[in-house]
Design a protein around this ligand. Structure first.
Ligand code: SF4
Ligand code: SF4
Length: 444
């Protein structure tokens, strides 16, 4: 058998995978929660505006809000019940955001019948885009960019390649892996829709080679397909980041500060592709997703969860904490966000809940930089983190910007390798925040 050569990018790290506790566990459906909290912002862009009222009965799939502006999407009811509140609520990305609170009536009554029309590929690209927008789909790999916007590149940026991201390079997470094993046909149907919308004839499904079963499933399904190929990737973090993925699959380099469309590519997560198929063929809005719940919980699992379910219910369903928790992270341990309450809801971009025990949390006092340059070696964006951080520490925002701080994608590889225990990534993030704030103030 001829094995495909695994592709990759320069830099990156090899953190322990921790995927075994859930990688062979089939997706289980979490029972309906008694209450869901649906944030009106689960996407990058403007917050959507509520169109329901307190006391109103809503049905599963019913729009709860309308998008405000071109980069915005609606939120939908993930079960049937009564609207109990529309108020600010803690959000897994750290802010407090207006949300619609629905108390379930236990009936799970649908708003539409969501029957699938398998002639969906005969729909016009415009109709497809409208259905994707109506379904409130955002990137499900964590980036949460509104999907319909990503499918409308300007005319002077023609797209010739679509890449489905099945890398799942974050340690612990296996939700995409299981989805690829359990719903490969729906993922490929979503890819066909994306290719039709963009008028593209070349597609890849990119998978790290620590998922040989998923590679085998897609290789078999695509063996007679001249347009779509499996792209086998080396296991390396952050292999699933857009620019690194595009380079690995096509050898095209997205210029600093630019988007994939600059090099003719669009990248979508495999879960997003499935949601796209369901939106276009079945009119189904994005109201549920697969979430890996793992780490220091008694029974780690991959769960199909209604959007808006409190994080606490996922942990309880998995048997509760197995040790004293040190940190509960929404997403993976590298780019995810530590939560300060278990009341936060699962949102469209929540791929995992990772519980780290107290022992697993690195708690060392940061030391002086020893100029070892390991952070420079691993930075996938070819930055010089040690230099930029020294500018940030001295408030030299101008020099930090000149040195490319805004291109930092906050992957955390630099902090992971730093022998001095310096939290380089946090300083990069802080520097970016300060520069953005100063620029906003200057504009005003
Ligand atoms: S966090 Fe930023 S600076 Fe650090 S390795 Fe990642 S891209 Fe480079
Ligand atoms: S890895 Fe840490 S100690 Fe080494 S150069 Fe970078 S910041 Fe300094």
């Amino acid at each position: 058998m001829i094995r495909a050569i695994a592709k990759t990018f320069k830099g990156g790290i090899h953190p322990p995978g921790h995927k075994t506790p859930t990688s062979s566990k089939a997706i289980e459906t979490l029972p309906l929660p008694a209450r869901v909290v649906i944030p009106l912002q689960q996407h990058i862009g403007r917050i959507s505006e509520a169109i329901v009222e307190i006391g109103e009965r809503v049905l599963r799939g019913q729009p709860l809000s309308k998008p405000m502006g071109p980069v915005s999407v609606s939120s939908h009811a993930s079960l049937s019940g009564t609207v109990k509140a529309i108020e600010s609520f803690p959000h897994p990305l750290g802010q407090v955001v207006p949300a619609v609170v629905i108390e379930s009536d236990g009936l799970d009554e649908p708003y539409l019948d969501y029957a699938c029309d398998e002639k969906y590929l005969s729909f016009s690209p415009e109709e497809m885009k409208n259905r994707i927008a109506d379904a409130g789909i955002t990137g499900m790999g964590g980036a949460t960019f509104p999907t319909h916007v990503k499918l409308m590149p300007p005319e002077d940026k023609p797209i010739d390649t679509v890449i489905l991201n099945g890398a799942e390079c974050e340690p612990y997470l296996t939700s995409d892996h299981r989805l690829m094993l359990e719903s490969p046909q729906d993922i490929l149907k979503g890819l066909r829709v994306i290719m039709k919308v963009l008028g593209v004839k070349k597609g890849y499904i990119a998978i790290e080679n620590n998922k040989p079963d998923a590679i085998a499933v897609f290789s078999n399904l695509l063996k007679n397909d001249p347009e779509v190929q499996v792209c086998t990737l080396k296991v390396k973090y952050p292999q699933g980041a857009e620019k690194q993925l595009i380079y690995a699959a096509t050898k095209r380099r997205v210029p600093a500060g630019k988007l994939p469309m600059e090099v003719g590519c669009v990248v979508q997560n495999v879960g997003t592709a499935k949601a796209i198929y369901e939106a276009v063929a079945c009119h189904k809005p994005l109201i549920e997703r697969v979430v890996t719940v793992t780490g220091a919980v008694r029974n780690p699992k991959n769960l199909l969860v209604r959007i808006g379910t409190p994080l606490r219910e996922l942990i309880e369903y998995c048997g509760g904490f197995s040790e004293d928790p040190g940190k509960v992270i929404m997403g993976g341990p590298m780019m995810g966000i530590a939560q300060f309450t278990l009341d936060v809801p699962i949102i469209k971009g929540s791929s995992g809940v990772v519980v780290l025990s107290r022992d697993e949390i690195r708690d060392v006092e940061p030391q002086e930089c020893i100029s070892c340059a390991q952070c420079v070696d691993v930075c996938p964006m070819n930055l010089m983190p040690t230099l930029i951080v020294s500018y940030v520490e001295n408030g030299r925002w101008d020099l930090a910007k000149e040195a490319g701080i805004m291109n930092c994608m906050e992957c955390g590889s630099c902090a992971f390798v730093c022998p001095a225990g310096r939290n380089v990534m946090h300083l990069m993030r802080f520097g970016k925040f300060m520069i953005q704030e100063l620029e906003k103030a200057e504009k005003k």
